[in-house]
Ligand binder design. Structure first.
Ligand code: S2G
Ligand code: ZN
Length: 453
């Protein structure tokens, strides 16, 4: 049995069903062919299995909630999947520091609930938080819907225990607030997609809960007005979220979830705003200003937490609602001020070059992150369509590159975007990143083939 010196037989699976389940994530279009799945239960077992893998030249693919959208957790070439499902305990809570020590396999929502029980708040949130794991959130520096107010996962990691590709267990920062003693190693591992080390344990910071939240959905006739609306509300209150979606996205989610449209008349775009109920007066003034300026045609304000949740469904339900169209996904970001022009440029390109492609826009426009999902026309097979999506991407990524944007804002590079990394990172940076990879994983056993072409 593999890893017999480190793991017990019950911690190793190689039956076909297990290989099929744990060998993939939410990304379509890549072969799934791991040789085994292992389930370590503590940091020392992780260190032991990496040392064993290094000696036996076995490639390892770390796997958390398997909600990734760039193939970062796909094992397609006989790798061994290292699942953190059994490292799913909250180990400690320190009220003075407001720090929770979690194993990597803790589900994001479990941390959110634990925080609530302590009358505190873990603010990083997104549609997949019910199944994603903290280790994977850190490995991809997950963002989601509250970044405009609370930042990204990176901003909430106070400490990490990571096993590098040489089998060393590193303790990074130990939960300290201040630590000016050289390079902050945390930030190398955060967003490294399991290519520099296997994240085993995290010290996550919590914060005070906000006031009860109110949600507004506004009908916005023109894309450039979205920025005017953002600026108008940003000047008068603290936004917890500023999301957007197109009318096509709304049409799909209302049909899929049999939800009523939020406004009497359709609009080209919709902005979903969330803010503290204590800012209601300021929000009313900003809304009136936007109506008077013609930036907003109509709007609805949640009257209860239940209604706030149903308005959020209009945004958070989009991804699932369009899945049947096997969309070709691009997760792009530019600085916020460039969003309207950039979005219009991409629309023009797709209209001119692929007139039968339907563009479904949605995303976290308040932080410049747009999710471009192109719906597959029925006359194309998934393979044909994915190939066309891949072929069109250089044109879209050239538009991103011109604006100094990112070809992957929050979903990571993985397998899906590795051929396009140079559109967002210079040759010098890529050379240095590969140097770091060789330093931390000299035998290239950690998630090989990901991130770099
Ligand atoms: C979102 C979820 C994945 C996708 O809805 O914000 O990050 O692109 C996405 O559908
Ligand atoms: Zn997103």
């Amino acid at each position: 049995m593999m890893f017999e010196e480190v793991l017990s037989p019950g911690q190793v699976k190689n039956d076909a069903d297990s290989l099929a389940v744990w060998g993939k994530d939410w990304t379509n279009g890549f072969s799934v062919a791991p040789s085994a799945v292992v389930f370590p239960e503590d940091n020392h077992q992780v260190a032991g299995l990496v040392a064993y893998a290094r000696r036996e030249k076995i490639a390892l693919v770390p796997s958390g909630g398997r909600t990734g959208l760039s193939g970062g957790a796909v094992a397609g070439h006989g790798e061994v999947v290292v699942s953190f499902d059994r490292m799913n305990k909250i180990l400690n809570f320190n009220p003075e520091e407001r720090l929770v020590t979690c194993q990597a396999g803790v589900i994001t929502q479990a941390l959110q609930e634990f925080a609530r029980e302590q009358n505190l708040f873990y603010p990083v949130d997104f549609a997949s938080s019910g199944s994603s794991q903290l280790g994977g959130n850190v490995a991809t520096n997950a963002g989601g819907i509250k970044v405009i107010r609370y930042g990204l996962t990176r901003d909430w990691v106070a400490g990490l225990r990571v096993v590098t590709g040489t089998g060393q267990l590193l303790h990074c920062n130990n939960g300290l607030v201040k630590n000016a003693t050289g390079y902050d190693m945390r930030h190398l591992f955060i967003g490294s997609e399991g290519t520099l080390g296997l994240i085993c344990e995290l010290d996550m910071r919590l914060t005070k809960p906000p006031a009860p939240q109110v949600v507004m959905v506004l009908g916005v006739p023109r894309v450039d007005h979205l920025l005017d609306v953002l600026n108008s509300f940003n000047h008068t209150l603290t936004l917890s979220a500023f999301e957007f979606f197109s009318d096509l996205a709304l049409e799909k989610v209302c049909a899929h979830r049999t939800l009523a449209r939020p406004l009497a008349e359709p609009a080209a775009y919709y902005a979903l705003l969330e803010f503290d109920e204590t800012a209601m007066d300021s929000a009313g003034k900003a809304f009136e200003h936007c109506i008077n300026e013609g930036w907003v045609a109509d709007g609805v304000l949640s009257q209860s937490q239940a209604q706030a949740a149903s308005l959020w469904q209009l945004r958070e339900g989009i991804s699932e609602s369009i899945a049947a169209h096997t969309p070709y996904k691009n997760d792009l970001s530019v600085t916020v001020s460039q969003v309207p022009e950039f979005l219009s440029e991409v629309d023009r390109f797709v209209d001119d070059s692929y007139p039968d492609f339907e563009v479904c826009w949605y995303g976290h426009i308040g932080d410049g992150n747009l999710h471009l999902n192109i719906l597959r026309p029925e006359h194309l097979s998934v393979e044909e369509f994915m190939a066309m999506g891949h072929a069109m991407s250089p044109n879209i990524f050239s538009l991103v590159q011109t604006r100094g944007g990112s070809i992957s804002a929050e979903h990571g590079v993985g397998l899906l975007k590795k051929d396009f990394l140079h559109y967002s990172r210079s040759e010098a940076e890529i050379t240095l990143m590969k140097g770091l990879k060789n330093l931390f994983d000299p035998d290239q056993i950690l998630n090989p083939g990901k991130l770099f072409a």
